[in-house]
Design a protein around this ligand. Structure first.
Ligand code: HEC
Length: 173
């Protein structure tokens, strides 16, 4: 009798420990229940296999997925806004003649800010392209001062559309 009274609690405790701590459930119940407090549950976060790192590529050789998306969005905006009615751009298959060609806009933009007559705010090519789209009155590209169809402002476009347009034109080199 004495032995049973001594062994039973030990046995019960062992069984409880085994059941509640069974690892396959992912949840370990400590089994400790303090008065008036909920059962403490410890979630075991399983370790997942570490993915093999992708082979490194030259960033300049292959455009990043983000860049590709932005480029596509820029081209879509360019077409949607009919920029090509006035501008020629092979990458968008447009042939407009009222404004300058956009075929090498990324390079041209960098040159524009160096031109003697340039008095805009842009410090780099991207800023020049953005300024040309939002505030075309700031600077007229050489030879375009007297064109019949002036460039309208596209300041009403969403910030994301402007970002995409600028990226798209900057990539024309
Ligand atoms: C109605 C004709 C017209 C439309 C439409 C038009 N542009 Fe222009 N764009 C011009 C003219 C004219 C110029 C040259 C005068 C100037 O620099 O503002 C010009 C200049 C530019 C320049 C500077 C070019 C350079 O060589 O410095 C950029 C960049 C430009 N446009 C982008 C756009 C974009 C992007 C759109 C569409 C969202 C657009 N344009 C729609 C007529 C147009």
């Amino acid at each position: 009798m004495v032995l049973t009274r001594l062994l039973l609690p030990i046995l019960t405790a062992t069984v409880l420990l085994f059941e509640t701590g069974y690892p396959h459930t992912g949840i370990v119940n400590t089994g400790i229940v303090a008065p008036n407090t909920p059962t403490t549950q410890v979630t075991v976060v399983r370790q997942t296999a570490t993915p093999t790192p992708a082979p490194s590529v030259q960033p300049s050789a292959i455009p990043t997925p983000d860049g590709e998306l932005l480029y596509a969005a820029g081209k879509a905006t360019y077409l949607k806004q009919y920029c090509g009615i006035c501008h020629a751009l092979a990458a968008a298959s447009t042939t407009g003649v009222f404004g300058p060609s956009h075929d090498r806009m990324g390079m041209v933009a960098a040159q524009r800010i160096e031109e003697a007559g340039y008095d805009g705010e842009a410090q780099d090519a991207a800023a020049y392209i953005r300024e040309s789209i939002v505030s075309p009155e700031v600077y007229a590209a050489p030879g375009t001062a007297n064109v019949r169809h002036r460039m309208p402002s596209y300041a009403h476009l969403a910030e994301a559309e402007l970002d995409a347009l600028v990226y798209f034109l900057l990539e024309q080199k």
